[in-house]
Ligand binder design. Sequence first.
Ligand code: PA5
Length: 463
Amino acid sequence: MDRIQLDYTNLMASVIGDEHGISEAEFEALAGPAAKALAAVRARRDEDLRWLALPYAEDVLEEILRYSARVAGRFENVVVLGIGGSALGNTALHTALNSPYHNEHPPGGLPRLYVLDNVDPDLLGEWIEHFDVSKTLFNVISKSGGTAETMSQFLIFRDLLVEKLGPEGHREHIVVTTDVEQGILREIVGREGYESFVVPDGVGGRFSVLSPVGLLPSALVGIDARQLLSGAQDMDQRCETSLLTENPAMTYAVLQWLMQSSCSKPVAVTFSYSDRCKNLGDWYAQLLAESIGKRHDRKGAEVFAGPTPVRAVGVTDQHSQVQLYVEGPFDKWFTLLAVEACDHVVPIPMGYPELEGTSYLGGRKLADLFAAERDGTRIALTEAGRPNCTLTFPRVDAHSVGQYLFLMELAVAVMGELYSVDAFDQPGVEAGKVAAYALMGRAGYESRRAEIEQASQSAPRTV
Ligand code: PA5
């Protein structure tokens, strides 16, 4: 099997019980609405949902590969400056597809990768103390080209580069990924002549991982960007059918919708039984939360919709979260990420054949224990009436990760239709951005600042 596979047996009422599971009738009743939802999403492919076409953007891939080949061997570090959809995919891809020790032991002249997706002075300050900007390529990524966090990072690192390499020499250390014409970052590209890539129209931040946003840093650190796209194409083609039981994206969207609407499970846990896939859970958390978490539905009615995404890692969280998952409130459903074949075979030595407490481990492989723990958790959840499904990756490679990314993007778009919310805007995020601009004294935001100051007059209660 080189396709990822979704097993949702343990979400069904026949297995998990009527109170917490989905009945056949409920599932079947969604076949029509889900097909309609898929058609509505796909109809926008050439209009405002251009991310649907990203897996086929061969010319963009070629451009990225040419640039990567040109700069190969020139930098010790690649630093992504970006946040949200401009960062999470990169962290997820790097964790999934490079060695966990890549940065300590970069293979064959490849650069290290750092994704600095925060403006905590201790994060940036430490990086600046430990690394040499003159050996670093900075990929500044911002769809809007004006996000305060990313722009402040850019200003900081540009200044350091200019100080060290001069106004001319610093330029080859910056490559920008942003909108083709909008935003201050694009204006700066024009002024400075930086190399740049485009986040196409119709590709929002959290749907941009298969654009240059995710492909460029990937190619720079040795990830097979072509295979990522090939996996996404495979999933796209698998999801062409409007038959619910054969379309993984429709199925996953319907399961999410039913889990929340009829089974009262507002919390969606992605439980990765793969250390390498753990940050796919973070990437998905943003995709789900920003897309479906909405105050208003499409007609403008207040709905306060949205599941709460949670991310857990097996086996680590068996010794942290699983107690709650098995015995706590019945407010969660689980997607286990499983991997059929790990890259490494690590035998467990016998050590002490006479000691029963360790001899059952000796002679087995670490993968056997990992699988037993995963299956043990699945059994414990199921027996406790906790609905769970499993997404199995044949291996963690660029092809399967590409499948996963596209599957989840399409599923979330279909969810938007089922929840009847706009899955592609983020007014809640914008509200925070505007408040931050006002507090930083940005021109044009004076009245918002006055409102905030007025509202913060109540007596503080601190202890
Ligand atoms: O998904 C989104 O649109 C957001 O999370 C953005 O990615 C995030 O706010 C960063 O925005 P930008 O890429 O415009 O800097």
